[in-house]
Design a protein around this ligand. Structure first.
Ligand code: DQA
Length: 163
């Protein structure tokens, strides 16, 4: 049993941590191709996820980087402290074996999120190196996709804690 149950005395059962990782260029959300990615900023998305996490009894740790190696280092650093990962790998989705290997190495449950529907766009966006090792993939639902992903991970943690 890896994740503590959230039933019982809350003081004795610390909230599980879930990382929300945003890949390259997502720091520009709000102004970046708003016709594709919408008008919400990354800060607004993170704020909402932290709030939702509180409602779900989850501590959300947002992280964004434009650098592949920094994202790999961050994934390594949360190996023993976090119970799951929501990740929008952005452009690295379609190119990065190193990112996929880092995610596979830490062996945490992952939900992959894309704001846009990557299957309705250019051919090169249809391939994801992350999807085969993800619990699930949410693509095309905008910022709500992150919320669905967080809820799905919270439900999964609840389930594994009670097993
Ligand atoms: C994206 C889709 C990717 O193809 C693209 O490179 C991004 C954002 C999305 O959220 O829709 O940067 O991951």
């Amino acid at each position: 049993m890896k994740t503590p149950s959230r039933s019982g005395n809350p003081a004795a059962t610390p909230a599980p941590h879930i990382a929300v990782i945003h890949g390259p260029n997502l720091n520009l959300l709000g102004t970046r191709e708003p016709n594709i990615y919408g008008s919400s900023t990354l800060e607004e998305i993170n704020r909402r996820l932290i709030e939702l996490g509180r409602e779900l009894g989850i501590a959300v740790s947002p992280f964004q980087s434009n650098h592949e190696g920094e994202i790999v280092d961050f994934i390594h650093s949360i190996r023993d402290t976090h119970a799951g990962i929501v990740i929008n790998p952005a452009g690295l989705t379609h190119t990065s074996v190193a990112l996929r290997d880092a995610l596979a190495a830490v062996a945490l449950p992952i939900v992959e999120v894309h704001l846009s529907n990557t299957h309705a766009r250019e051919e090169f966006r249809r391939r994801s190196y992350v999807s085969p090792i993800a619990l699930g993939v949410i693509s095309g639902l905008g910022p709500a996709g992150y919320e669905f992903a967080l809820k799905a991970l919270a439900a999964r943690l609840e389930q594994t804690a009670s097993e």
